[in-house]
Design a protein around this ligand. Structure first.
Ligand code: MN
Length: 251
């Protein structure tokens, strides 16, 4: 098998405190669903821990074939010039540093990038945009987005409409899809160059892409938890892997 048959897809991890032999241990890990989705699409997953220097991440980005930004904690509002509201959740400075650096390297290197849940929020802030810190507090007329049960997985929580002519529409082949929803934040002001490509019925941004980039797509939902029951969602990972192989067909 040639290396291009298994493009290397970097996935960002989260820090988890656990115990081994009654001793506290700091783990970097990732929900299996992301790893399974990348493998199901034909990619080889590479887990990226916190703590790397910008230089190290530049070297990594130069060797990876694609990048997947995964879900996680809230972005520190200081990164977009705001004080944290009481409703803002826990943040991770190390995770923010890891992902902001990776986004900038991915943009510079035209590294194919798929961003999930926290991912499109990270891309937006890294490129100069801002977030709603808490949808229920700041957009009280919004529909419910912060599900924690079955609607976090494969039960559809709401519809999203997908912009005509977007890469997202080319990937999914649909003008509207049902999605899960487990987020209390969302993109507020879009960064320059980033385009909104999917919206919930309340207008909340659920999809973004960078039109000038070879492949940079973000979705606010969790396709990795849907693709078994809703195979259309595997296409997002397949499109990333195709772009990572350099054999994307323009989508
Ligand atoms: Mn939602």
């Amino acid at each position: 098998m040639a290396a291009r048959d298994y493009p290397l897809i970097g996935l960002t991890t989260r820090s988890i405190q656990t115990e081994i032999a009654n001793s506290p241990v700091d783990f970097h890990g990732l929900a299996q669903a992301y790893i399974g989705a990348v493998r199901a699409a034909g990619g080889a997953p590479v887990l990226l821990p916190h703590g790397a220097t910008d230089e190290e991440l530049g070297a990594l980005a130069g060797r990876l074939d694609g990048l997947l930004l995964t879900g996680g904690k809230d972005v520190d509002p200081a990164e977009y010039g705001e004080e944290a509201l009481p409703q803002c959740g826990a943040v991770s400075a190390a995770r923010d540093r890891l992902e902001f650096s990776l986004v900038r390297h991915a943009v510079r290197l035209e590294l194919p990038l798929l961003a999930i849940c926290r991912g499109p929020q990270v891309v937006n802030v890294a490129l100069g945009g801002s977030l709603w810190q808490d949808l229920p507090a700041q957009l009280p007329n919004a529909i419910r987005h912060n599900f924690r049960g079955p609607e976090y997985h494969a039960v559809l929580a709401h519809r999203v409409t997908i912009a005509a002519g977007s890469r997202l529409q080319a990937i999914l082949g649909a003008e509207e899809v049902g999605v899960n929803s487990s987020h209390h934040q969302a993109i507020r002001e879009l960064a320059d160059g980033l385009v909104a490509t999917a919206h919930a019925p309340d207008g909340v941004i659920e999809g973004v892409e960078l039109p000038g980039h070879s492949f940079a797509v973000g979705v606010q939902w969790h396709p990795e938890l849907m693709y078994r029951e809703h195979p259309i969602m595997l296409r997002l990972f397949e499109a990333l892997v195709e772009a990572a192989r350099g054999t994307g067909r323009g989508i």
